[in-house]
Design a protein around this ligand. Sequence first.
Ligand SMILES: Nc1nc2c(ncn2[C@@H]2O[C@H](COP(=O)(O)OP(=O)(O)OP(=O)(O)O)[C@@H](O)[C@H]2O)c(=O)[nH]1
Ligand SMILES: [Mg+2]
Length: 454
Amino acid sequence: MFDVLSRSLDRLFRRFGDRRTLGQKDVDQFLAELRRVLLEGDVHLDVVKSFIEDIRGKAGEQSRLAGVTPTDQLMTLVGRRLIECLGGEGRRITFDAAVTSVIMLVGLQGSGKTTTAAKLARAAQKHACRPLLVPLDWKRPAAVEQLRVLGEKIGVECAIPPAGARDVAAHAGEAAADARRRGVGPVILDTAGRLHVDDALMEELRRVRDAAQPQDILFVADGSVGQDAAVQARAFEDKIGLSGVILTKMDGDARGGAALSIRTVIGRPIVAIGVGEEPDAIEDFHPDRHASRILGAGDLETLFERVQERVTHEKEERVRAMLESGRFTMYDFRDQLREVSSIGPLESVLKLIPGVGRLVGRGADMARAEKEMKRTMAVIDSMTHGERETPSLLDGSRRRRIARGSGTRVEDINRVINQYEQFRKVVRMAAKRGPGTVDAQSMLQALGRPGMRM
Ligand SMILES: Nc1nc2c(ncn2[C@@H]2O[C@H](COP(=O)(O)OP(=O)(O)OP(=O)(O)O)[C@@H](O)[C@H]2O)c(=O)[nH]1
Ligand SMILES: [Mg+2]
């Protein structure tokens, strides 16, 4: 599964992993190659674009990280993004013997619906359910028989349509009602496939849906067809609505394009994958595990932790250096503010500082403080590198330019510079007296929290 994609990525990481540091040029080159690899894996262009942009942004932020190898850095970024594209937390199908659920399978011809219907029935059996298979493809003569034989093989009941029946929707509705009456389930509807998305099929599927009221409408797609699977899914999602996707034939040469594109293109999770023709060949889909497999990285969680440790260490080192030298730039100011705002809402952070907790909430307008923090970030983001390194450059005309660039007013710029100066004073003072002497009071005064008078 994902072998080709996995091999190309491996080659890519090997090449860049040899470098000691990653400059902007290296990152650009890496991204150009990554783009090529993803396109070769038949990943949807929109997904590739946002993938690359996401990593470009984050690689820039991380480029100052020492002590983490370029491979680890890039792998972490790519790994996180892969997990997101594959569906983040993931979702799986659950079976409950106490309720009659209805699962409707839809998809193009030969995608694996009938096989998957039997697989789901088999999985439900393992959860003490009594599934009911419902064949709804009556155009192809052998289709009903195919499902009946599969059902017989695994010992699952099949709702064969009565002779002369013509209305698939009515049959689906009756089978579901019958199952509810008898307290069996899940009811698994195996619908007809077509070569292409066509209106007559969609109309039939809509009628089946309305008659049987399924909790889940799952799009079954051949995982080896790449991004086309996502494009087809889009059509079904638009016409009848989907709750998830099952990718089949993932035991073959699935290139990864389907799995990586689906979530972004239709916003629905992959809930299971087919990994063979036998009724047991179905697996839950775990985005994190599959991302690890694609990256050949073993356990990605461990890698994430290792990098996170370095990041934390790095931050501590920077603060120590800052307190030792007393040098404090707008970059440092932004880092400090980010640090505070990333831990959680300001309120909970301030409560942690001894002697400050009791002040919080007493006349302190936290929502306003947080809004102000955001504005401050926007202001700093609009400064040039030189201005952040040497804030004394910020004269009137530069302040006006930044106000325009950040959508704020010159007063806001003045406020940020003021806060920065206050903060710098504290850092200078602390540097003089030695680290560890900064007290909560002067910190807060430096930050100039609104409503926080001491
Ligand atoms: N290797 C492999 N083959 C699969 C998998 N799922 C389905 N197949 C095969 O794919 C072919 C088509 O599967 P079906 O289940 O008949 O597909 P379908 O969507 O019901 O097709 P129609 O009813 O014609 O629309 C069969 O030969 C299956 O054995 C899978 O996960 N792995
Ligand atoms: Mg079929």
